[in-house]
Design a protein around this ligand. Structure first.
Ligand code: ATP
Length: 637
């Protein structure tokens, strides 16, 4: 638990305002008092841990209130800093600053990048978003098209703005450029109180993710396996304003109403949170978008600093008093801050192991032997599953490799077959052309190299050597060669009708056919091999999916085990509280026993006194009796 840290900052007096009522705020160390003619007005004295007078710079405010939040954000803790105060009190000046006096946001940006430079053992990923809440609607300040964005809530992410753009950044200059872009898109307007008044609340957000670099992560260290994610919000609120004072009309009036309403809800939330635990009741976070987005910063998991800006002029005394009361309540709020770590599977397992070990230690000396045994069993099971999981992971990896090799082999075989086919085709073409050259019939038409005839109705001879996969498409030349040099029914070849059938006498033909047959055999062999490989592949695929299924089952079992551990933890806590109850009762009994002992002691003492009294009484009585006995009895007269 950690208190929200609150500081109050007075801006310099505006040159146009002179106080003549004799009232003014006086600052003495950490105490602020409203004085009238130098005498404190009763009930208007406030004290704070951090008070900044008119002469303080933004760097001073940053160093005292914000720097620690930035360092913590880099270490994985959520952080929020916001400026609160009436209009023209210096909120935007504090957050953004000027060229000479850079504000909280530029100082934080620079600090973040300077700091992560000094942590070489971790790698960082930083994302930036910038949004405004204008008239109760959320707009993206970095992407103008993204307007009126909704707020969603999920178990994993908590409350978040859906659809907001996030820029991944790697240096301070990049972020400062985004800041300038966002500033240009933000709603400002002129009012009676401020020539450049913020008409919206703005939230500049940096999400800082980090994890240990590979070479630094030790297998035994759970923390190094975890990814830390923290959200840093730097918020410039719009200022509350009295409509009568600002004289706002039209658009300004509408804006002013929205601003005041959301600030009122913020005030209500702060009021509720500042009340003690049981008095709190319902906290109205949901009554405004501002409080919904800032929920983690107000009583949640975040380190939070609030800078309450005050306008020192006499004319603003009422508003300043409101701001100081807000600050007094805010400083009572406590947040529950913890580092945000996302655990990888390995880290989760290690963490569970450690937790079980811790539970076991805690249970030592307790009467819960049964529980301890169960825990032991759980631990063994966990270990077993862990081993099984590792084994399966290894097997899976091997299968993957084997499958990959197989695919590679199939690919190579297919390539070989393709090459062979191409080679065989080119052989046929060249030998056919040689044959036809020797034929030299005057009517014979020279076939072109890629002359292909389709014969869908052609019935193949039983002895036809045309491979099946030619699918009825054959080069005429090839056909001639494959039919042992005979041309049969080749009317489609447009040869002279006088030569329906011709024997090719060339000895080269039989050689070619032989080589063709060899090629054919080789191709068939390769195809057989290919089939085998395919079959193997099917088997391996089956095994692979089975292993994956087993892996899924193990994962489920792991989740079940984690549930068991949580349940056991609950039981342990219950037992602990029962034990504490019993110890309390025992103490009570002991106290009663001691009381009784005291009473008995008193009674014994009283009895002894009585005994002494009685004994002396008895002695006296005896003496009297003895006296009476020994005394001479006077004869009656
Ligand atoms: N500490 C300071 N030093 C010098 N000038 C300041 C300081 N604080 C505020 N100012 C000046 O006072 C004026 C009002 O300040 P600013 O705009 O920051 O107020 P604001 O609270 O953001 O107002 P609004 O809510 O209307 O946006 C500006 O001109 C600003 O430059």
């Amino acid at each position: 638990m950690e208190k929200i840290s609150v500081g109050v900052r007075f801006r310099p007096l505006a040159s146009s305002c002179d106080s003549d009522s004799g009232r003014k705020w006086q600052i003495s160390d950490k105490v602020i008092s409203l004085c009238h003619l130098n005498t404190p007005v009763s009930g208007l004295t406030f004290s704070f841990d951090h008070v900044f007078d008119q002469s303080s710079s933004n760097v001073m405010v940053y160093n005292v209130l914000i720097k620690s939040i930035i360092t913590a954000a880099i270490d994985g803790f959520n952080g929020t800093a916001f400026a609160y105060g009436q209009t023209s009190s210096g909120k935007t000046y504090t957050m953004n600053g000027s060229d000479k006096d850079p504000g909280i946001i530029p100082l934080a940006i620079k600090d973040i990048f300077d700091t992560i430079q000094k942590i070489p053992e971790r790698e960082f990923l930083i994302r930036v978003s910038y949004m405004e809440i204008y008239n109760e609607e959320i707009n993206d300040l970095l992407v103008l098209e993204s307007q009126k964005l909704p707020i969603h809530e999920s178990l994993e992410r908590g409350v978040y703005v859906a659809g907001i753009s996030e820029e991944i950044v790697s240096n301070a200059e990049q972020v400062l450029q985004l800041l300038v872009l966002g500033e240009a898109n933000r709603h400002f307007g002129e009012t009676n109180m401020n020539a450049r008044s913020s008409r919206s609340h703005t939230i500049f957000r940096m999400v800082i993710e980090s994890r240990a670099k590979e070479e630094n992560s030790s297998k035994e260290d759970t923390i190094t396996d975890a990814i830390r994610v923290s959200v840093l919000n730097l918020v410039d609120l719009a200022g509350s304003e009295r409509i009568a004072k600002t004289g706002a009309e039209g658009v300004r009036l509408k804006e002013g109403k929205h601003i005041n309403k959301s600030l009122m809800v913020l005030g209500n939330v702060i009021n509720k949170l500042s009340e003690g635990g049981k008095l709190r009741g319902h906290i109205p976070y949901r009554d405004s978008k501002l409080t919904r987005i800032l929920q983690p910063a107000l009583g949640g998991n975040a380190k939070t600093s609030i800078i309450c800006n005050v306008a020192p002029e006499d004319v603003h005394i009422e508003e300043s008093r409101g701001t100081l009361q807000f600050a007094s309540r805010a400083k009572r709020i406590t947040n529950c801050v913890q580092v945000n770590e996302i655990l990888t599977d390995a880290a989760l397992l290690k963490k569970q192991k450690l937790e079980i070990e811790e539970l076991r230690k805690k249970l030592e000396g307790s009467h819960s032997e049964v529980l301890e045994q169960v825990l032991l069993k759980q631990r063994n099971d966990m270990h077993k599953y862990e081993l099984e999981r590792d084994r399966l992971a290894m097997e899976l990896e091997e299968e993957r490799k084997a499958r990959h090799d197989l695919e590679q082999r199939i690919f190579e075989q297919e390539k070989k077959i393709e090459n062979l086919m191409n080679h065989s085709m080119s052989l046929h073409i060249s030998s056919a052309s040689t044959q036809f050259d020797s034929l030299k019939t005057p009517n014979f038409k020279q076939p072109s190299i890629d002359f292909v005839v389709r014969r869908p109705n052609y019935k193949e001879l039983e002895s036809s050597p045309i491979p099946d996969n030619f699918a009825g498409v054959a080069d005429e030349d090839l056909w001639a060669r494959l039919n042992n040099g005979r041309i049969t029914d080749l009317d489609a070849l447009q040869m002279t009708p006088s030569l329906p059938s011709q024997l090719f006498p060339s000895s080269k033909t039989s050689l070619d056919v032989r080589s063709n047959e060899e090629l054919e055999k080789r191709r068939e062999r390769l195809e057989e091999e290919l089939d085998d490989v395919r079959k193997q592949n099917v088997v391996l695929t089956g095994q692979y999916s089975k292993l994956e299924e087993e892996n899924d089952v193990l994962k489920e079992e792991k989740i079940g085990l984690a549930d068991d551990v949580a349940r056991l933890e609950n039981e342990r806590n219950q037992l602990k509280s029962e034990k504490q109850g019993l110890i309390k009762e025992l103490r009570e009994e002991k106290r009663k026993l001691n009381d009784l002992r005291d009473e008995v002691r008193h009674l014994i003492a009283a009895f002894s006194q009585r005994e002494v009294m009685l004994t002396s009484l008895c002695t006296k009585s005896r003496a009297i009796v003895e006296n009476i006995k020994t005394a001479p009895i006077a004869p009656p007269e």
